[in-house]
Design a protein around this ligand. Structure first.
Ligand SMILES: *Cc1c(COP(=O)(O)O)cnc(C)c1O
Length: 485
């Protein structure tokens, strides 16, 4: 017996290291705080993109302990110095994420208290926080009180949950699969195609819809397709619209698609991962008319609410359809199911145990109120206009008036100076893109639209400001000068 106690004590003296003393915690806190301060204070001076390579060996786990100081140095050198700096306002290439400070505080608290956010029974408070966030989003998007929702890791899993519910409500299985039809835009995010395969609908009929000149679904074409498919004995069951496509930021005609979806009893899914929160702005609210008609809706707070990566959301009206795949009564959870009044996040998601991600959204919303979030979204819309105006002033052509804050531009051959007149437009813009990436002050990306190579801007970082766009213009001018010298 004594032997046992001795052994336990010996082990405890080692395992106690996992619970640092108050003094050690103070030291760690100071080091981390200093690091964070330095990171934030210098962020506007640092490049948004760097082509640097990582030395993988330096990050390998060898079981030895190292000092926090050493690890922070390593983190700077190998992690934050390379690739895109996603916390930078200069990240206007891919749809940027956020990383507001208050969210980090929420994460810290969530990790320290480690509340269990999967089941109401385990943490009624944490789950209520998540459910209140869902309630808030239901009210923002005009969803009814009895709709349900979930905070996911991002838009991909949120889309997966929504499409699973669509499949289950319409009982698309077995021999039904290859005569059922999903309608979507060629501009739909690729995670939708992944989700369709993951949920076993690989053999379904997918109809890519015609788009108008602003890359929005043509609702007349949608209706014609549905009627033709119905006439041919197929089973149209789901239409997917986007409120803000990734490539061009286009908002599909949500109301018209909703009318067609109800007329033909289709599940109406809207992917608003990027664009959704622009519904809060006075200037763009009208574009979202009809979003409340969706059966399921995806929004990404780690985009439009400026949270750090790791928070998406899904809202679904038909609780039964969601529960069909996700609600499960295991014997070892019998204590947890006594109370079925409050929604368990685990009944709405493939996840059981999950990070208490509600706190990183709840704390900022409570701390700041909604006003600065809305102002930030309006600011991004105007910065997009400003960027486009500045580009036109220096000879670029820009895509059509953007719905939201994604747009694109290219340098047209007709504006090339005499000595360079023969240059192919796509080749020229590709070279320009390379130079911009080499520069890295501001990160832009490119895409191909109808065989045209274009440079893309996506303004959504809360740190993108007027001076960031001015810097971007300087950078583009410098790259032009280099190309045309
Ligand atoms: C970002 C995005 C997604 C994917 O979301 P993740 O959070 O990256 O998983 C899906 N759809 C649209 C429109 C997006 O912009």
């Amino acid at each position: 017996m004594n032997h046992l106690i001795e052994k336990i004590s010996a082990l405890a003296s080692i395992s106690d290291q996992l619970e640092p003393s108050e003094r050690e915690r103070d030291q760690y806190n100071q080091q981390i705080q200093q690091y964070a301060d330095r990171f934030i204070n210098t962020i506007h001076d640092r490049n948004a993109f760097s082509n640097g390579k990582v030395n993988p060996g330096s990050l390998a786990i060898n079981g030895e302990k190292k000092s926090l100081e050493e690890l922070l140095d390593l983190y700077t050198k190998e992690v934050t110095a390379n690739g895109i700096n996603p916390a930078s306002g200069g990240h206007i290439g891919y749809i940027p994420g956020g990383g507001i400070f208050a969210a980090a505080l929420g994460d810290f608290l969530a990790d320290i208290t480690n509340e269990y956010a999967g089941m109401y029974y385990a943490s009624p408070g944490a789950v209520t926080i998540e459910n209140e966030l869902i309630n808030w989003m239901k009210s923002v998007f005009g969803f009814p009180d009895n709709a349900i929702g979930n905070l996911t890791s991002g838009g991909s899993i949120a889309n997966l949950i929504a499409l699973t519910a669509a499949r289950d409500q319409h009982q698309i299985k077995g021999t039904q699969i290859n005569r059922s039809v999903i309608y979507l835009s060629p501009q739909v995010h690729h995670c939708i195609h992944k989700a369709i395969r993951i949920i076993g609908l690989e053999d379904i009929v997918i109809r890519e819809l015609n788009l108008d000149e602003k890359f929005r679904i043509d609702p007349n074409y949608l209706e014609q397709q549905i009627m033709q498919d119905e006439a041919n004995g197929l089973y149209p069951f789901c239409v997917i619209a986007s409120a803000g496509t990734t490539d061009t930021g286009a908002v599909d005609p949500l109301e018209d698609i909703g009318t067609i979806a109800s007329a033909h009893s289709l599940w109406y899914h809207i992917d608003a991962a990027y664009g959704g929160f622009f519904i809060l702005t006075g200037s763009k609210k009208h574009l979202f008319k009809g979003i409340e008609r969706a059966d399921s809706l995806v929004i990404d707070p780690h985009k439009g609410m400026f949270l750090p990566y790791g928070t998406g959301a899904v809202l679904v009206k038909d609780k039964k359809a969601v529960f069909h795949s996700h609600h499960y009564l295991a014997n070892y959870m019998q204590d947890a199911i006594a109370d079925d009044l409050d929604l368990n996040p685990a009944d709405v998601s493939p996840e059981l145990t999950k990070h208490f991600r509600g706190l990183r959204m709840w704390l900022p919303l409570q701390l700041h109120g909604i006003e600065p979030f809305v102002a930030c979204l309006e600011e991004k819309l105007l910065l997009t206009q400003y960027f486009r105006n500045q580009l036109v002033d220096i000879g670029f052509e820009v895509g059509p008036e953007p719905d939201l804050s994604v747009s694109y531009f290219w340098y047209p051959s007709k504006n090339m100076p005499a000595g360079h007149a023969g240059l192919d437009e796509n080749t020229f813009n590709k070279k320009l893109m390379e130079l911009i990436h080499q520069d890295g002050r501001v990160f832009l990306s490119s895409t191909v639209l109808e065989d045209k190579f274009v440079i893309r801007m996506a303004i959504l970082s809360f740190r993108t400001k007027l001076k960031t766009v001015d810097k971007a213009i300087e950078m583009v001018k410098d790259a032009m000068a280099q190309l045309l010298k």
